[in-house]
Design a protein around this ligand. Structure first.
Ligand code: DQQ
Length: 539
């Protein structure tokens, strides 16, 4: 704990397209990364197109501060962004509070002209603890005004901390917060808070319900394993449902509660989903996805063509897993479209540092936006020395991959493009096997890199090498130094001129014996200087 703490804490052009469609899991990737010098790494012949855009860091920095909103987004720049030599590694475009510890994004929403982001925040130091709901508002999801915390632990049922939760809009359009409170004896309780003045677009003041706690752990559920209420959704008869994460023994599961008024909740006898032995499920997110197109759906949208996404934050390995599936309102059962991609044994939103994510429907641009917490690799001592810890990943728009129907496609929000500055690009460069290509002019601390790798006819590659297929691939075994039939290839970021230091972000393609293709997206931090640990790349 910080000393200052009081007692509280992705064949040639046409052929390539052809091979692309033949290879369901071979996806072109785009990445937004932070870098010092940028190189393209290749262990086999490839064609690439690269575009590097250097963000205009000094023109439009992320405006985060504890000042009243002036309408001038740059008004608080000097004390809001760390340009000082002693804090050169704070990000400029990712959300971070001005100081101290931050973890999960909570209850993101759009209300009366402003996007709101709440977040797990320790007002007293750069370590986890004393959790409150930090609160910031923005007109564009890029420039933020940090406000006073919206919720603090001051009642018996949340005195140990105001933990994660969600926002739901009532039918009259006012938002309510459902959150987990930590009581003194560590019991996890579910509670509600409502705006004190719903006409205030900033929603600065929240009032806790006199009926709190609305829910206590059910029989058979350990009091410390009952947390993070989801956004509520309405079913056909107008009643509401929420899901809450737990584990029974070691079986992770998504409990479902029912309510008519969002205040009085009753446990449904069936669970939404469970996986034996998966451990505690945190920060469940459950939302509908449109069958085609990038359009997002509001959380209560129903219909025969509507599928749902269930996301689980797995406490055991700290990754966010999801599955696309159907939801039966009567039995409450969620059934993944692709049984092999069932939650927790299938897809992750991200294969880097990304956890406790939360999505929301943006009614302005009719899209679903995903926020995720990017915890770093710094030690606690390093965080205390810096005076801050962690950041939120750039918000992403998510939509269903209609070609396959069992996974999501993600892209950074379009607003991010407004921050772009100088552009460096190289088109149709052929990479020799085993080569490293330096992208000249891409020197900078904040780069947006879009790269398209065009792979030769993979069936010929496999034939030429005459080797057996090489599935499965393990990112962590040998890192980017591994050499295989189909990889690795990718980027070297955070690299110095001598390439003594480098972080590889690389792809590897493999084919299983039953001829199924898989694309791995890995990062290798083994050649990263300790000084930069924790900086890496924030996607
Ligand atoms: N973080 C919160 C919990 C949640 C966990 C506490 C996930 O509510 O389960 O800070 O990171």
């Amino acid at each position: 704990m910080d000393e200052s703490s009081p007692d509280l804490q992705s064949q040639q052009d046409e052929d390539l397209e052809g091979s692309y469609s033949k290879l369901p899991a071979f996806r072109r990737k785009q990445a937004t990364v932070s870098s010092f010098v940028f190189y393209v790494l290749c262990s086999l012949g490839l064609l690439i197109c690269v575009e590097v855009i250097i963000f205009s860091r000094f023109l439009l920095p992320l405006a985060v501060g504890n000042a009243s909103y002036s309408g001038d987004r740059r008004s608080n720049v000097s004390d809001l962004i760390n340009l000082e030599p002693e804090a050169p590694f704070r990000t400029s475009f990712h959300f971070q509070p001005p100081k101290n510890w931050m973890n999960d994004p909570n209850g993101p929403m759009y209300y009366k002209g402003f996007y709101h982001l709440f977040y797990q925040y320790n007002p007293w130091g750069a370590v986890w603890g004393n959790l409150t709901w930090g609160h910031a508002v923005s007109e564009d999801l890029l420039h933020w005004l940090d406000l006073e915390p919206a919720l603090k632990g001051d009642q018996w049922y949340d005195v140990g901390g105001v933990w994660s939760g969600s926002v739901t809009f009532r039918l009259d359009g006012t938002p309510i917060i459902l959150y987990t409170g930590l009581a003194e004896d560590l019991e996890q309780t579910q509670n509600m808070a409502v705006p004190d003045d719903a006409s205030d677009p900033f929603l600065r003041k929240w009032v806790k319900s006199s009926e709190n706690p609305l829910l206590r752990h059910p029989d058979g559920v350990y009091k410390e394993d009952f947390r993070d209420p989801s956004t509520a959704w309405q079913v056909e008869d107008g009643s509401w449902r929420i899901t809450i994460g737990t584990q029974v023994e070691t079986d992770g599961m998504a409990l479902v509660y029912k309510s008519r008024d969002l205040l009085h909740w009753e446990l449904e006898k069936n669970v939404l989903y469970t996986i034996p032995g998966s451990g505690m499920w945190e920060c469940l997110d459950f939302y509908p996805v449109a069958p085609t197109g990038r359009r997002g759906l509001d959380t209560s949208t129903r219909g025969p063509s509507v599928n749902h996404v269930l996301k689980v934050s797995s406490y055991n390995d700290q990754h966010d897993y999801y599955a696309v599936g159907s939801y039966n309102e009567v039995t409450q059962a969620f059934t993944p479209v692709n049984q092999e991609l069932g939650v927790l044994y299938g897809l992750q939103y991200d294969y880097g540092k990304f956890y406790a994510s939360k999505s929301f429907y943006d009614p302005v641009k009719k899209r679903r936006i995903l926020w995720g917490w990017s915890n770093e690799s710094d030690t606690e001592a390093q965080d205390i020395a810096k005076g801050w810890a962690s950041l939120q990943a750039i918000p992403r728009t998510v939509w269903l991959d209609s070609e396959l129907g069992d996974n999501l496609i993600q892209a950074p929000i379009e607003e991010l493009k407004s921050l772009r500055g100088v552009k460096v690009s190289k088109a149709e460069v052929e990479l020799e096997a085993g080569s490293i290509l330096r992208i000249e002019g891409s020197y900078g601390g904040q780069l947006d890199i879009e790269v398209t790798f065009e792979y030769p006819d993979v069936s010929k590659v496999a034939f030429k090498y005459g080797r057996p297929l090489d599935d499965p691939f393990d990112c962590s075994e040998g890192g980017s130094a591994q050499r295989g039939v189909f990889g690795p290839f990718g980027l070297l970021v955070m690299a110095d001129d001598a390439l003594q230091e480098q972080t590889a972000l690389f792809f590897y393609i493999s084919q299983s014996k039953d001829r199924q293709w898989s694309t791995y997206f890995c990062s290798d931090q083994s050649r990263l200087d300790q000084l930069f640990v924790g900086l890496l790349c924030y996607i």
